[in-house]
Design a protein around this ligand. Structure first.
Ligand SMILES: Cc1cc2nc3c(=O)[nH]c(=O)nc-3n(C[C@H](O)[C@H](O)[C@H](O)COP(=O)(O)OP(=O)(O)OC[C@H]3O[C@@H](n4cnc5c(N)ncnc54)[C@H](O)[C@@H]3O)c2cc1C
Length: 296
């Protein structure tokens, strides 16, 4: 669902009413999936390095290139795709966004990747080979691709961060339950201060993360620029979730390391929050830029 939101957001922001009606309206009526296809084998954090091209031919564009790590790719009805329409200008007006139907000729969706965590999520590579896309499927106008692809994150990063809060909360709840049941040295392990302090840290940080999500979301609802606060929420909650889940495994001791118990799964699921929708390093880069460049 979160991947649906990521693909839909730039369409909500930039598409014509006709395009919204065609691609978004059916999603309000039945269960449908879509995917945000921006990352490439050679362009992840550095989106500006992408090499997929879209060449205008009459009333169509012809797309060629490879996308990588696309969530929902195997189940999506359509893709939000960013391609170069001007290889010189690139992010300065040379990238264009398109909606591409998954079943159009020339679209190949590859095998499901075997990932560390969030394994129910469908992540695949996609190849576009001479895919003809009608010009009316451009989202916004030619050259808007970079702007739209990035603008979506101000809406979706608080939501991803909320997912991390949820995973962390689950890990904490399992850890609390276990700490009350498991005995060591004649008493429940929560009464060993090292354990209760670890869980107290979890509770504090989960609450702090939740408040950062709410702050970023509330600012967006008011129409206030929230780029920095979205990155606060995304980076803090992803890193917090990883720490909380690792500590939950610690509370479970040897049982935490075993797949009979739920916390090892949560620890694996947590890791991706630090990678997708901009890594934890990239969030800090954005925060630095907002503070020193934009703020000034
Ligand atoms: C499971 C999964 C699902 C995904 N879903 C999608 C999707 O639906 N759509 C989509 O378009 N993409 C998706 N992605 C791609 C994801 O957004 C990228 O993997 C991510 O942005 C990182 O890019 P990369 O993997 O190329 O790593 P790289 O960019 O190669 O980064 C490698 C390391 O270098 C660091 N680094 C890079 N540049 C800098 C810098 N300037 N300063 C400091 N550190 C830096 C990174 O933080 C990272 O630690 C998904 C990825 C995964 C694994």
């Amino acid at each position: 669902m979160e991947a649906n939101g990521l693909a839909q957001q730039p369409v909500i922001l930039g598409a014509t009413d006709a395009l919204k009606k065609k691609y978004l309206e059916p999603m309000t009526e039945e269960l449908q999936m879509c995917a945000y296809a921006v990352t490439e084998p050679g362009a992840g954090s550095d989106v500006q390095a992408l090499s997929t091209t879209a060449v205008r031919k009459g009333d169509k564009y012809v797309i060629n290139g490879n996308k990588m790590w696309i969530t929902n790719a195997g189940v999506a009805k359509w893709f939000f795709v960013v391609a170069l329409t001007d290889t010189e200008k690139r992010a300065r007006g040379g990238m264009t966004a398109f909606i591409v139907d998954a079943d159009w000729p020339g679209v190949t969706v590859h095998k499901k990747e075997q990932n560390l965590g969030q394994r129910a999520s469908d992540t695949r590579a996609i190849t576009f080979e001479d895919v003809e896309v009608p010009a009316e499927n451009v989202v916004g106008v030619e050259g808007d691709g970079w702007k739209l692809a990035m603008a979506a994150f101000d809406y979706t990063r608080p939501a991803v961060a909320s997912g991390a809060v949820g995973v962390a909360r689950a890990a904490m709840e399992y850890a609390m339950q276990y700490a009350m049941e498991r005995k060591a040295f004649g008493k429940p392990i929560f009464s060993h201060q090292a354990i209760s302090f670890m869980i107290a840290e979890m509770a504090m940080n989960i609450d702090a993360g939740r408040l950062l999500c709410w702050q970023a979301g509330e600012m967006k609802d008011r129409g206030v620029r929230n780029t920095m606060q979205s990155s606060f929420a995304k980076a803090f909650c992803a890193d917090m979730c990883m720490k909380v889940c690792t500590d939950a495994v610690q509370v479970f001791g040897g049982y935490g390391y075993n797949c009979e118990y739920p916390v090892e799964k949560l620890m694996r699921d947590a890791k991706i929050f630090q990678i997708y929708e901009g890594t934890s390093q990239i969030q800090r880069l954005i925060i630095g830029r907002e503070l020193f460049v934009r703020g000034r």
